[in-house]
Design a binder for this molecule. Structure first.
Ligand code: B12
Length: 293
């Protein structure tokens, strides 16, 4: 199978069309097309369809597939079977196949949560178990994580009807927490609910976080921890923020696997709330009037 980027370049040049001309037809910049061709970005389902229309080729030609596999839309999705195939692609280093598999689901705001929580989260857990059993190396686990992060970024470009609301959230993990997928996913969920989200990753100095909270007039701080040894850092940050007179109205919500075995611990950290997953987050946001459910 040839890659999507290579196929796009080859079909485009056969039609004597330059990157800018293709970009103009699609309403995107020349750099976006260049990034697709280099394989550093991947278009959303809708845009992929448009590329096919503009270049007059099928999606399968663009993806380099010989066989058309489009059963998902017409049949109920067998998530277990789907996850098994996705996991295989991720652990065998087949990024294009993994991206295509997700694209086949036709990601939209209707199924995005299934894709996040029942597919990507589940597959990451299973990949962790494979690593624990010594079936895959750390390198393979890292590769799979990077592709999943790419999928999450790809999903964030899905057109949303929800208009950007007036509230803002800053999303981050503490200290050197390397587990970033959960927070990134939750950050996208905030956006989906119409809350402007600033995802700043991990290892950000406290004074810099505080400056951003003030400058961006942030309403909610969302903190994630997977390893319990990052909870002390979380407690320290919350303590400093709660003492800041300029941040009195800021609400702090925490989450992540570090709370799995002791959900009440969030209270001791000084946070305002804890949410286990998207649904409990949504309930809290609605109770706090950040969204209308
Ligand atoms: C990928 C991965 C890594 C990657 C992370 C890369 C990255 N960029 O994220 C790497 C390889 C770096 C890594 C490293 C380590 N890992 Co690791 N890792 C995983 C793995 C396989 C998947 C994690 C993941 O992405 N899950 C998917 C996301 C979507 O789930 P999630 O984080 O739980 O998030 C959801 C919810 O918790 C919630 N949520 C999360 N944050 C927030 C925040 C808010 C505000 C809200 C509302 C909700 C919320 O929403 C999300 C969606 O529902 C897990 C396996 C597992 N069972 O999860 C192990 C796992 C987390 N890792 C583990 C371990 C032990 C480690 C290491 C210590 C291994 C080592 N010996 O070096 C190191 C950490 C070293 C360090 N410096 O701390 C253990 C943790 C056990 C524990 N709690 O003590 C796990 C569980 C594996 C295992 N079964 O042993 N890991």
């Amino acid at each position: 199978m040839t890659s999507f980027g290579d196929n796009l370049r080859s079909i485009r040049t056969q039609l004597n069309m330059n990157q800018k001309a293709l970009g103009d037809r699609l309403g995107v910049g020349q750099t976006t097309i260049a990034n697709y061709e280099k394989g550093v970005r991947f278009p959303t389902g809708e845009l992929l369809k448009r590329i096919g229309e503009v270049l007059n080729v099928s999606i399968d030609q663009l993806m380099g597939h010989q066989i058309v596999k489009t059963t998902i839309e017409s049949e109920a999705l067998d998530i277990k079977a789907f996850n098994a195939i996705l996991k295989k692609h991720l652990t065998e280093g087949d990024e294009q196949e993994a991206l295509y598999k997700i694209w086949q689901l036709n990601p939209s705001k209707e199924n995005i949560l299934i894709i996040y929580e029942e597919i990507l989260q589940q597959v990451m857990v299973e990949i962790g178990e494979m690593w624990e059993r010594g079936e895959i190396s750390v390198a393979v686990e890292h590769f799979a994580t990077q592709v999943v992060l790419k999928i999450i970024s790809m999903m964030s470009t899905i057109p949303q009807e929800v208009s950007k609301g007036k509230y803002r959230v800053l999303c981050m993990s503490l200290n050197s927490e390397p587990h970033t997928v959960g927070m990134k996913m939750i950050s996208e969920c905030f956006s989906l609910l119409g809350i402007t989200s600033y995802y700043i990753g991990t290892s950000v100095p406290t004074d810099s976080v505080i400056r951003m909270l003030r400058n961006k007039k942030v309403d909610i701080l969302a903190l994630s921890a997977t390893m319990s040894y990052h909870l002390d850092g979380m407690k320290n940050l919350i303590e400093v923020i709660k003492k800041d007179p300029g941040l009195k109205s800021l609400k702090i919500i925490v989450g992540g696997q570090a709370f799995q075995h002791n959900q009440e611990i969030w209270n001791d950290l000084g946070a305002d709330a804890y949410a286990k997953d998207y649904l409990s987050l949504k309930t809290w946001l609605s109770d706090e009037k950040f969204i209308i459910s």
